[in-house]
Design a protein around this ligand. Structure first.
Ligand SMILES: [Zn+2]
Length: 61
């Protein structure tokens, strides 16, 4: 198992059911839940990144 590019871990929350989990964020912005095939049972990509491992300031809207 090799690691391509730089994947970073981030906390993500499903915007539909509110489930929170840790995902790998790929270089192309895709999310991949860690330790389980899907973060929750909702269909579609409804995950929203809460917090990255990079020290970004808060995303003020
Ligand atoms: Zn969900």
């Amino acid at each position: 198992m090799s690691v391509d590019g730089e994947n970073e871990r981030a906390a993500a929350r499903c915007t539909r059911c509110g489930e929170i989990g840790i995902v790998l964020v790929g270089p192309d912005g895709t999310f991949e839940p860690i330790g389980q095939p899907e973060l929750c049972s909702c269909d579609g990509r409804t995950l929203r990144i809460l917090e990255r491992t990079l020290d970004d300031p808060d995303d003020g809207s």
